[in-house]
Design a protein around this ligand. Structure first.
Ligand code: F6R
Length: 246
């Protein structure tokens, strides 16, 4: 894993945008793995700007999102379908048919998980996966204890995760208790991974990811076994990394 420490959230967003833009220029039909949450918002804003002002072309790009809440329809303002449309897809020229997000309202959710895995395979696998990280080290919605060999599956959300995400809802009671997420094995198959972390509340998780034991108790620690991971962290998020101390 390579740690890139940057001075600001803006710098983190630009670093990630450069990586995504370079990939798309090199491989116009790249397959991107995308995350929601607050962390990638600056990245998406910058990608939209580059599309508008510099012609960054998404017309051949395919995308797969990590996760979705169970029970939220795509037009629910707190759904990840809605989030992605508002913050990225409505503002770039990606083809609607090339955008994939697990359905939180599929009649047969087990079948939906299988279908999602198959769609990733059919697309040739993910070239670059963007990840945020939970305060407890989760990636996607793979909470502590998720087996490393998991594929797309339904999860019970940890209370800490529900609390952290309550800001997107009117109250914590509205935060769904379950979600669909790519599994750890699904994420690990991406050819390159960019984990973005901003702010001191991520410091414990970032340090454990980079320097801790590889254990399902800290899901992101599995990334130590991936050949091509960049952890891009601002100073707050990198504050507990031992090799930077002194
Ligand atoms: C989002 C996701 C989550 C978030 C994580 C951090 O699709 O899979 O793992 O990346 O919860 O969220 P933020 O960025 O809001 O701190």
């Amino acid at each position: 894993m390579e740690l890139v420490v940057v001075d600001s959230y803006r710098e983190l967003s630009l670093w990630a945008a450069n990586r995504v833009a370079d990939l798309i220029r090199r491989k116009p039909n790249a397959v991107l793995g995308l995350a929601t949450g607050s962390t990638p918002l600056g990245l998406y804003e910058e990608l939209v700007r580059r599309h508008r002002e510099e012609g960054l072309d998404f017309s051949q790009v395919t995308t797969f999102n990590l996760d979705e809440y169970l029970g939220l329809p795509p037009d629910h303002p707190a759904s990840y379908h809605y989030f992605m449309r508002e913050n990225l897809f409505a503002h770039i020229n990606v083809r609607p048919g090339a955008v994939h997000i697990p359905s939180g309202v599929a009649a047969d959710i087990e079948q939906e998980c299988i279908r999602y895995e198959e769609a990733i395979r059919q697309a040739g696998g993910i070239d670059l996966q963007i990840l945020g990280i939970g305060r407890n080290g989760h990636i996607g919605f793979n909470e502590p204890g998720t087996p490393f060999d998991s594929r797309t599956h339904v999860v019970d959300l940890a209370e800490d995760t529900r609390r952290a995400n309550a800001r997107f809802f009117n109250s914590i009671d509205e935060v769904p208790r379950r979600a669909v997420t790519m599994g750890i094995a699904t994420i690990m198959e991406a050819r390159e991974i960019l984990l973005l972390a901003s702010g001191p509340e991520k410091a414990w998780a970032v340090a454990r990811t980079l320097e801790g034991e590889v254990t399902p108790e800290v899901p992101a620690s599995v990334l130590q076994r991936h050949p091509r991971v960049f952890v891009v962290a601002d100073r707050g998020a990198a504050a507990q990394v031992k090799k930077l101390a002194g």
